[in-house]
Write a protein that binds this ligand. Structure first.
Ligand code: MD3
Ligand code: FE
Length: 208
């Protein structure tokens, strides 16, 4: 379960009803206030993953404040609470990281069968607080690397619908990626029409 120091995988943390409800809410955000778009990389390439944020707009600068003129709706209170419970589940309810965990942004990623995410570090946040990842829909191969290079050593793990992964402590700045989706592996009755959703709850470290 503890894949590396601070990296805790909890398979099947979300029950089927919680998964279905999150899928419904992601669909509502995507068709309304938080459309899923292919991000364009600094070099001009288009990411195969489609993404949207709640709570903070990442464009055109990183994690702007929300407010007049910005699109992203605030992170719903129950998702903030879910994030706190996730960190408590991973590190124990008494852990300092669980006490002060107040995620102010949610990144929603959608992967179709061909989408991938290359090895990278998450360094856009000014906070080193843990990142909470929730997986929905098709399973994927998740590549968890080291903090020094985007290449080996790494481990390949399977992430399935309902899985929780918390990345904090020494794992917070590890390289990681999603080299492949496993089409057709979503649980029956989830209501996904193919593909994989990943929600990451984060603390940006910006003033409210
Ligand atoms: C390990 N997303 O959005 S979530 C990303 O499945 C991202 O969509 C992947 O990487 C996805 O940046 C992986 C798991 C994850 C998230 C943040 C991490 C793993 C991490 C930060 C540090 C180390
Ligand atoms: Fe990442």
């Amino acid at each position: 379960e503890e894949v590396a120091p601070g990296a805790v995988h909890v398979p099947g943390w979300l029950d089927p009803e919680q998964q279905r409800e999150l899928v419904v809410r992601c669909r509502a955000w995507a068709s309304g206030p938080a459309p899923l778009r292919h991000a364009v990389l600094p070099g001009g390439g288009r990411m195969s993953v489609r993404s949207a944020t709640l709570g903070r707009d990442r464009e055109p600068y990183r994690y702007r404040r929300t407010g007049p003129g910005t699109r992203a709706p605030a992170v719903p209170q129950d998702l903030r609470e879910l994030g706190r419970r996730a960190v408590a589940e991973a590190y124990g309810p008494g852990a300092p990281a669980a006490q002060g965990y107040h995620p102010d942004t949610v990144l929603v990623n959608f992967y179709d069968a061909a989408a991938r995410m290359g090895m990278h570090q998450d360094r856009d946040e000014a906070s080193a607080a843990p990142i909470v990842s929730l997986s929905l829909g098709d399973a994927c191969v998740f590549r968890f690397g080291n903090t020094l290079t985007r290449s080996a050593p790494y481990r390949d793990l399977e992430l399935r619908s309902g899985d929780l992964f918390v990345f904090g402590g020494p794992s917070r700045y590890a390289f990681h990626g999603v080299p492949r989706i496993r089409p057709g592996t979503a649980p029956a009755g989830l209501g996904m029409r193919g593909g994989r959703l990943n929600l990451t709850l984060r603390m940006t470290g910006r003033a409210p």
